[in-house]
Design a protein around this ligand. Structure first.
Ligand SMILES: Nc1ncnc2c1ncn2[C@@H]1O[C@H](COP(=O)(O)OP(=O)(O)OP(=O)(O)O)[C@@H](O)[C@H]1O
Ligand SMILES: [Mg+2]
Length: 308
């Protein structure tokens, strides 16, 4: 069965594309069939992490030409089993993608038949990014240890959560519950999506139950990237605990990936990091994370993430 894994996060430059590309390489080297989809429309650079120059075919062709499936615009990489659907040359920015085009992409992604489909998303919380992140219940977000990144991460989780609530309740009911919450808190902003869930549960127990069931299906995973020796080693576990306490969804911390100057060198010298430095500590960290991803995908007993 295909596992689709959107890779996102609130902050730019946290390492989404670096991690998407190198996890893709590792999974492909394990013999899995993997496709990477560059969904950072307007900021596409996943091909560079894979040492590919200006792919001639990609998402743009799928959107404007007569291709029936995304598979037809996937290009091979230098790694056997690893393909890329690039979005260079895409004339659309993520923010100005038409609704119909977004749906076309989402439907086509859902039809891809690989072992792993990894989606590299852009930074931020605009609706199109959130909708791509919610393509699967198993979204993965990348954090870095700086307070600004943690702050953006919580904003991102809240935005994803709110978007999911909206998807489940549908627009009209969602607006009505938001109005009730705003009247109750005398606040025009929704500070916590959980307050909204509480309102729904109180006002309409049937919808409240449905909402809780759908939210409990979410199994977010996250990685702490650019981890440095002075970083608190327990930070990832603390964030996992906090999120599991405050949201109905389940959160799993997959591990730290250490900062390595050579990431920069590998990009400059147009090498794939995992190929150039396969024995570095950062490469071992990436391997551990890849191991956790395959473990939970292939062993059904491990699929339910326990909240600690
Ligand atoms: N573990 C790491 N060690 C050292 N440098 C890293 C690491 N991870 C990422 N980087 C560096 O951080 C920069 C940003 O990484 P990347 O482009 O993957 O981030 P991103 O989250 O995809 O950014 P954007 O939001 O702009 O798409 C890269 O230039 C890369 O060199
Ligand atoms: Mg990126």
């Amino acid at each position: 069965m295909t596992q689709t894994c959107p890779i996102g996060g609130g902050k730019g430059g946290s390492g989404k594309s670096f991690i998407t590309s190198n996890l893709g390489v590792l999974l492909a080297k394990q013999g899995k069939r993997v496709v990477l989809v560059d969904l950072d429309l307007g900021g596409s650079n996943l091909h560079t992490f894979l040492s590919l120059k200006n792919p001639k075919l990609g998402l743009h062709d799928f959107l404007i030409k007569d291709y029936k499936t995304l598979d037809e615009v996937a290009i091979p990489t230098s790694i056997p089993n690893l393909s890329l659907i690039s979005s260079t040359n895409c004339s659309h920015e993520i923010g100005n993608l038409f609704h119909s085009q977004k749906l076309k992409i989402i439907r086509a992604i859902n039809k891809l038949s690989y072992d792993y489909v990894l989606l590299d998303l852009g930074a931020g919380t605009i609706f199109n990014i959130l909708d791509f992140f919610l393509i699967s219940n198993k979204g993965l977000f990348i954090i870095t240890p700086e307070p600004t990144s943690i702050e953006n991460t919580f904003q991102f989780i809240k935005a994803v959560y709110l978007r999911k609530i909206k998807q489940v309740l549908k627009q009209k009911a969602f607006n009505s519950f938001v109005k009730k919450l705003q009247a109750k808190t005398k606040n025009t902003l929704i500070r916590s999506p959980m307050e909204l869930v509480e309102i729904v549960q109180k006002q309409d127990p049937k919808k409240g139950k449905l909402l809780q069931t759908e939210l409990e299906k979410l199994q977010f995973r996250f990685i702490m990237n650019q981890f440095r020796k002075e970083t608190d080693v327990t930070m990832g576990n603390k964030i996992e605990k906090l999120c599991n306490k405050h949201f109905f969804a389940k959160f799993q911390f997959l591990g730290n990936i250490r900062y390595d100057e050579r990431v920069h060198d590998s990009i400059y010298s147009r090498n794939i990091y995992m190929n150039r430095y396969p024995y570095s500590i950062t490469a071992v960290d990436l391997q551990n994370v890849a191991g956790k991803i395959t473990e939970t995908h292939e062993d059904p007993a491990l699929k339910t993430v326990k909240s600690s």
